[in-house]
Design a protein around this ligand. Structure first.
Ligand code: ZN
Length: 321
């Protein structure tokens, strides 16, 4: 066992993907999959486009999936090496039959497979992003327990693993086991599973797939933009930023994402990595009970609220909630 270094990530924080249509996206992630819409805001780099956050009741690190929209630039991307290549979610082990039936009843084609001894249900979201629900034993997380159609016992618990595909895995694996403080759990074919040094639980796994034959991924709608790892606070983030810099990575300055603080860098296989703080969290600008119901804007955009609201298409809660 390697010692646990206090500056290494504790697990996954979120992943961010690009979708073609915000309403279709809300209908799928809240209506079909039963996640909670925890924040409705705009892209801080382009306030004419939504940025939607889904998660559990409070948007705990490891439960969060976010989507950007690029209206007017809806070029489709291609999933492949150099990207996070699937949204992999945890469900209670006894819930996989429920999810298989639910998807079938909604005419969503899904296939079942086994990986690392776990049953997996694989399908795609409306933009073609690969999504998997994995039957996990002993995941203590509860997910969003208040969906109108999905019994709380079957609620999805959050991200299970980060599936990362690269052409050659050596240097990516080296990064994980050094600066990022992860350790190898097991290998199966071309896939290796790592876990955070802090815990070996659902939500702290990272799968590296080596695939030199597939066409490289290309960013655009229907692809995952980046994967974020969680650190507890700003001090840890700054220490990790320094360690990455010393290891030769070109790491960004700290950016204020309102609900967390972030640094970014590209790992050797080309995948964008983010390190995000667990604080301050999503209740900073609305109450826990009303998360996701109002359009929230960062301070610099509040003065332009009426113009921004005119540019954004109306967004309705999914009718399956
Ligand atoms: Zn992010």
């Amino acid at each position: 066992m390697q010692p646990i270094h206090p500056t290494t990530p504790t697990g996954l924080h979120h992943l961010t993907a690009i979708a073609g249509n915000p309403q279709t996206n809300v209908d799928f992630y809240t209506g079909v999959l039963g996640l909670r819409l925890i924040k409705k805001t705009v892209n801080f780099d382009d306030p004419s486009a939504y940025h939607l956050y889904y998660g559990d009741e409070t948007g705990s690190p490891g439960s969060i999936i976010t989507f950007f929209y690029w209206p007017g630039h809806d070029a489709r991307g291609r999933t492949g090496p150099g990207q996070t290549t699937a949204i992999v979610l945890s469900a209670p082990a006894a819930s996989l039959d429920y999810w298989q039936q639910r998807l079938a009843s909604l005419s969503i084609a899904a296939t079942r497979r086994n990986r690392f001894g776990e049953e997996v249900l694989a399908f795609a979201d409306p933009d073609g992003i690969p999504v998997e629900i994995v039957a996990v034993t002993g995941d203590p997380r509860t997910g969003w327990q208040h969906h109108a159609a999905i019994p709380a016992a079957h609620a999805l618990r959050g991200l299970h693993t980060a599936e990362l595909t690269v052409r050659s895995a050596t240097r990516t694996e080296q990064l994980l086991t050094t600066v990022m403080g992860c350790r190898l759990v097991r290998r199966e074919g071309t896939r290796a599973r790592f876990t955070s040094a802090h815990s070996e639980t659902s939500g702290s796994y990272i799968d590296i797939i080596a695939d030199a034959s597939a066409a490289p991924g290309a960013g655009g709608s229907g692809t995952i933009h980046h994967i974020a790892f969680s650190v507890p606070d700003d001090d840890t983030q700054l220490l990790l930023q320094k360690a990455l810099h010393v290891a030769g990575y070109s790491v960004s300055e700290v950016r204020d994402r309102n609900y967390f603080h972030s640094i970014y860098y590209r790992e050797p296989g080309g995948i964008l990595f983010e390190i995000a703080t667990a604080t301050p969290g999503f209740a900073i600008d609305e109450s826990p009970a009303t998360l996701g119901t109002a359009l929230k804007l960062p301070t610099q955009f509040e003065r332009a609220r009426s113009q921004i609201e005119r540019l954004l298409p109306p967004l309705h809660p999914s009718n399956q909630e």
